[in-house]
Design a protein around this ligand. Structure first.
Ligand SMILES: [Zn+2]
Length: 348
């Protein structure tokens, strides 16, 4: 159920004039907590209470300058509240992205015209992340949102964010990407593997999509964006060359990983990825044993992501006599992390 909260009041007594304020805050029942206006609504109520209490108890305060001091403070609160809810505010040159690797690409492309902010804070899960009230307010004043695809956060939130921010343009950075059907893991409902950014080849597509979006947002600076895109493409291709040369010299053609985040990376370089996690859950003892048997001899590396449970990965690494390497596919430093993963798989 959608609805409006209407808060009306009248302030009398200022030089015999009256000021009538009407604040309307749109809300969806299930989005109640996320509507930024809610917080300002509380603030406005608080202001009214103070004003009327003071006026009732001490009417002479008007003459003592109380209102003159209080009103600017009140009006700022009112303005923020009104504009954050009406959608008619001035948009700032800011773009939101879902995850940190996107910020790495977008900052290079959009420099110096847009600032980039990541929705899913470093160290938190892109499956279960909820935006903070501050992020909601900042998104409402942003020019655009760049999505990356079927991550839990976007499946849960993107439609609501679009509905609540009609002035913000939404772009899909995964356009033209061939998704691989994922083992249905905790990323949820669509059965598609969302970790597309771990592949340099796919990263090139993401960058092209970002470039197209920037040109649409700001056609006047097309040439600058094209220059940035070419620089970034060079960096990605250079990363790809380094990874290829590390892996070509390596005898490791397979790896074990707790959460299967390197499907697209493995595909680029002809590697086989064995996931410990099964359907987004801990593996059964029998599955663990199969994995250890498969791993013995052919696999030398077990990857673990910092936000996942280490216990089973440690068992597999010990039993299959592999080294355990902590990686972070959600790292901001995309090139550095991609090369680090390749180094772990090289024999060096
Ligand atoms: Zn994942």
């Amino acid at each position: 159920m959608d609805g409006w909260i209407v808060c009306e009041t009248q302030m009398y007594g200022l030089h015999a004039h009256s000021i009538r304020l009407c604040i309307r805050i749109k809300f969806n029942r299930q989005d109640w907590g996320m509507v930024s206006g809610h917080y300002f609504f509380t603030f406005i109520q608080f202001c009214f209470e103070i004003i009327f209490k003071r006026l009732t108890l001490y009417p002479n305060l008007i003459n003592a300058g109380f209102m003159n001091r209080f009103i600017p403070f009140f009006l700022v609160g009112f303005a923020v509240s009104f504009f954050s809810c009406s959608g008619s505010m001035q948009q700032e040159n800011r773009i939101f992205v879902t995850i940190e690797p996107q910020r790495y690409f977008a900052e290079r492309l959009a420099h110096p015209f847009f600032e980039i902010e990541t929705m899913v804070a470093p160290g938190t899960s892109p499956e279960s992340y909820d935006p903070t009230p501050r992020q909601m307010v900042r998104l409402a004043k942003s020019r655009a949102y760049f999505g990356i695809g079927p991550l839990g956060f976007e499946l849960a939130w993107l439609d609501k964010l679009k509905q609540n921010n009609p002035a913000v343009l939404f772009f899909d950075n995964s356009r033209n990407v061939s998704f691989v059907a994922g083992e249905s893991h905790h990323h949820g409902t669509h059965g598609m593997d969302p970790h597309i950014w771990t592949s340099p080849q796919t990263a090139l597509l993401i960058v092209q999509n970002m470039y197209d979006a920037l040109v649409e947002l700001d056609p006047g600076n097309r040439d600058a964006y094209a220059g940035n895109r070419d620089d970034l493409r060079r960096e990605i291709l250079q990363t790809d060359t380094i990874v290829r040369s590390l892996l070509n010299r390596s005898s490791q053609k397979a790896f074990i990983i707790y959460h299967p985040a390197l499907t697209y990376f493995a595909h680029d370089y002809g590697l086989t990825q064995y996931a410990i996690e099964s359907e987004g859950k801990e593996p059964a003892a029998e599955q663990l044993k199969q994995l250890i048997d498969a791993g013995r001899g052919t696999v030398k590396t077990v990857f673990i992501q910092q936000e996942f449970d280490r216990k089973n990965a440690e068992i597999v690494a010990r039993e299959a006599r592999c080294k355990l390497v902590v990686i972070n596919p959600l790292s901001y430093n995309w090139s550095e992390e991609t090369i680090r993963i390749a180094k772990a798989l090289s024999d060096e």
